[in-house]
Design a binder for this molecule. Structure first.
Ligand SMILES: [Zn+2]
Ligand SMILES: [Zn+2]
Length: 500
């Protein structure tokens, strides 16, 4: 489906290229003041808990969770960017796999006899070339290709079956090639991270003992013989350690792996921020079919289960991929997402946002098409930095489009009214569509509204003093049309740049 760039339905929006031209034609000082005014107006809108793109904000259509030929996708970055431009998609958040390796050793000689399974992925020494390829495609097409990665933080073995290989974290907005080497992705624990390798001290001891033995033999004295005996003993101990220690550097098997729990995932979430990345739990509701793959001479299977509890067991992530595919149990009123929102608000932190995602690999009828799931971002200006900031602040909504239509959200706002708030929502579409709107408040279904687009809903709601309350909307239409908003929290807080 093509999305017109000039006439974005339902919002008074400057087309992106027109806005760019307009900005280019004003003097730098004036441009700066226009920009700060727009930022201020956007912040004020956020403080009022308002989704209403207009003079101060524009909408950018983006797709998130996209693979290229650099990992498991079928399109090169250039082909992808051209396709995005044809579909009216202005920003693509890429999530090519970071290095993914699973190694299985034969106990007790895990370090000597092992099979490895590596999935196509961007390796640390390829990161700079990868970023360059994205830059070239972006310059040629004008579509923001925002680099990122999909991370397998941990996996464990049960027999010849790997569990957790497809339990993923999507990190969006990574521009520093060092992220590919330094984030705690299992493959990245190589010889360059000697302190993490348990056998390193043993190796040093071994070399020291060998030196002592050589000196002792050279002396041909009684102490020399003692040194030689010590050398043999230390060598034997070191060899035993090397042979019998669990497979390093990634404890994918044995008690160490089972004890790890959520720790390896939390380690990735904690490490992302210094690189400026935004971490989202990827497809936690997905039920991937078991898959088998050849790893050397043996056949191993990949088994994975849904992991919505990740939203409650970990922290430091910006959101999760809620609107992806057709089964979305976490989005149900009172489901895992609402529980996570309530837990975050109780802590006084920003709630987790729900991202609409594609997990795009190729453009086909069976595997989905680029633009089927869209993230509509509200930004003060059409720049990559503004798009990332909107993602961080939850200034976006997600839609699932049909080939001929897409739902839009011209307004979703909360304003003070008497002793409570007034909720206003407007839902649009290209042609009139019958829709069902679910209003969710604090994790419970407040009301269901049936109607036809364009549809406007106004409700006066009592809001208790001194307690945060939130509202969110979900809209369903024919042919799989869907729209999922992020929660609007009341009383609203002014988002702090750089805070989370
Ligand atoms: Zn994935
Ligand atoms: Zn993926």
């Amino acid at each position: 489906m093509r999305f017109p760039r000039k006439t974005r339905q339902g919002c008074r929006t400057l087309p992106t290229h027109t806005a760019r031209k307009a900005r280019a034609s004003v003097a730098p000082r004036q441009a700066l003041s226009v920009r700060s005014t727009a930022l201020l107006l956007c912040a004020v809108a956020a403080a009022l808990a308002v989704w209403a793109p207009g003079a101060s904000c524009i909408e950018v259509r983006a797709v998130a969770h996209v693979h290229t030929t650099w990992s498991s996708g079928t399109l090169t970055p250039m082909e992808l960017a051209r396709l995005a431009r044809r579909r009216g998609v202005e920003a693509v958040f890429l999530t090519d796999h970071a290095a993914v390796t699973a190694t299985r050793g034969l106990a007790p000689f895990e370090n000597l006899l092992a099979v490895s399974r590596e999935l196509p992925s961007v390796l640390p020494d390829e990161a700079a070339t990868y970023l360059e390829a994205l830059r070239e495609a972006q310059e040629a097409t004008g579509v923001f290709l925002v680099p990122g990665m999909e991370v397998t933080a941990h996996a464990e073995w049960s027999g010849l079956c790997v569990q957790g290989m497809r339990r993923h974290i999507a990190v969006l907005g990574l521009h520093d090639p060092r992220a590919w080497a330094d984030l705690p992705v299992p493959r990245n624990f190589g010889l360059l991270h000697l302190s993490t390798v348990p056998w390193f001290p043993t190796t040093v001891a071994l070399a020291g003992a060998a030196l002592a033995g050589a000196v002792g033999r050279a002396a041909r004295s009684r102490p020399g013989r003692w040194s030689a005996a010590a050398m043999v003993a230390v060598n034997l101990a070191a060899a035993g350690h090397l042979l019998l220690s669990p497979a390093t550097p990634w404890p994918v098997q044995g008690p160490a792996a089972r004890r790890a729990g959520w720790q390896p995932y939390q380690a990735v979430l904690n490490a992302v921020r210094p690189f400026g990345g935004l971490a989202f739990w990827a497809h936690p509701d997905a039920v991937p079919a078991p898959r088998s793959a050849k790893a050397g001479p043996v056949r191993v299977t990949l088994e994975d289960a849904p992991y919505p509890e990740a939203l409650l067991k970990t922290s430091g992530y910006v959101g999760f991929e809620g609107l992806i595919g057709t089964a979305t149990p976490s989005l149900a009123p009172g489901g895992t997402w609402d529980q996570a929102i309530q837990a975050a608000l109780a802590r006084g932190s920003e709630p987790p946002w729900s991202l609409a995602c594609q997990d795009f690999h190729s453009d086909s009828e069976s595997g989905g098409w680029l633009g089927e799931f869209l993230v509509v971002l509200r930004v003060p200006e059409s720049t990559e930095a503004a798009c990332l900031e909107a993602l961080r602040r939850g200034e976006f909504y997600g839609v699932r489009c049909s080939k001929t239509d897409a739902l839009t959200l011209p307004e979703f706002s909360l304003r003070p009214s008497g002793s409570g708030v007034e909720l206003q929502a407007a839902v649009g579409s290209r042609t009139p569509e019958p829709v069902t709107v679910s209003l969710v408040r604090d994790g419970a279904l407040m009301e269901t509204v049936e109607g036809e687009t364009p549809l406007r809903i106004t409700r006066a709601v009592a809001a208790p003093l001194g307690r945060a309350t939130y509202f969110r909307l979900e809209v369903r239409g024919p042919q799989g049309l869907r729209l999922v908003t992020n929660p609007l929290v009341w009383p609203a807080r002014v988002p702090q740049a750089g805070a989370s």
